[in-house]
Design a protein around this ligand. Structure first.
Ligand SMILES: Nc1ncnc2c1ncn2[C@@H]1O[C@H](COP(=O)(O)OP(=O)(O)OP(=O)(O)O)[C@@H](O)[C@H]1O
Length: 258
């Protein structure tokens, strides 16, 4: 479990953006963070990856206080695919994925074998084995995103953070990425925390939803519990209809801005 305890954070000294936020992300589940632009979704993810440091409060992974661990140690537990991913020119997909092993030793024969095994695993799990010798610069958006997820996967962490993994992708490739995410969770029990903008994709692919607005936690729970017409209106200023199917699945049809 990832536990945020009384977290405060500010980008400037004058005003705290996040104040006294406490929140838990369950192990072995997919949690999606929702909220309008600027609500603090990426900020939250960046604090969990320790890219950003909270002003006060603590973040725990299980019983480990992340604030007390070295960066290299944290990288063995948590990996993150950020919104903007840059790869050096001229490297192949396999080279990129191998960067995920940089935190591990490559000295002994067993280390080298384990590194190779994890790289092969990551390429396979993300369905990019066949393009492993291609240059990253020549990949399509969907292939590139899968290559960056594979790099994080090679890191062999129990938690994977994904910041808007479907941005810039067409609907086919969005679903393809979300299916990869789902299979990583189901097959390998990886805890996923991701940021999405599409409410229906969040409903379909998450065990839990966290809704943020203006740096505040608005709601947390199962999609069927936290997403309703009023909440969506309050948070996004969009009115629409929630449709219920078999009292289990729901989906949202937006109508107009308020
Ligand atoms: N490096 C920064 N310096 C100063 N302010 C920042 C910085 N990064 C983000 N902010 C501000 O912090 C707030 C939260 O930003 P954040 O990126 O976490 O929101 P978000 O919910 O992820 O937004 P989006 O959906 O647009 O990606 C915004 O008001 C943003 O302008």
């Amino acid at each position: 479990m990832i536990k945020l305890e009384n977290i405060s954070f500010s980008y400037n000294k004058k005003k705290e953006f996040i104040q006294d936020l406490s929140l838990e992300f369950k192990s072995g589940e997919i949690t999606t963070i929702l909220g309008p632009n600027g609500s603090g979704k990426s900020t939250l993810l960046h604090m969990m990856s320790t890219y950003l440091k909270p002003k006060s409060g603590k973040i725990y992974l299980g019983d480990k206080d992340l604030g007390k661990l070295k960066q290299k140690e944290i990288a063995k537990y948590i990996s993150c695919v950020y919104q903007e991913n840059e790869a050096p020119d001229d490297i192949t997909v396999r080279d990129l994925v191998s960067f995920g092993r940089n935190i591990y030793s490559n000295v002994k024969k067993e280390d080298k074998e384990e590194n190779k095994r994890m790289i092969d695993f990551a390429l396979k799990a993300t369905g990019i084995e066949e393009i492993q010798d291609k240059k990253v610069v020549n990949l399509s958006g969907g292939q590139k995103q899968r290559a960056f997820i594979a790099m994080s996967l090679a890191q062999n962490t129990e938690v994977l953070l994904l910041d808007e993994p479907t941005t810039y992708l067409d609907i086919y490739h969005q679903i393809e990425i979300l299916e990869v995410v789902k299979s990583l969770n189901e097959k390998y029990n990886i805890t996923i925390v991701m940021v999405l903008h599409d409410l229906n994709q969040a409903i379909n692919y998450s065990h839990n939803i966290v809704i943020m607005k203006n740096g505040n936690l608005i709601k947390q729970g199962k999609a069927t519990e936290v997403l309703n017409e009023q909440t969506i209106k309050d948070v996004y200023n969009v009115s629409g209809y929630i449709h219920k199917k078999d009292n289990e699945e729901i989906y949202f049809i937006p109508k107009k801005i308020c």
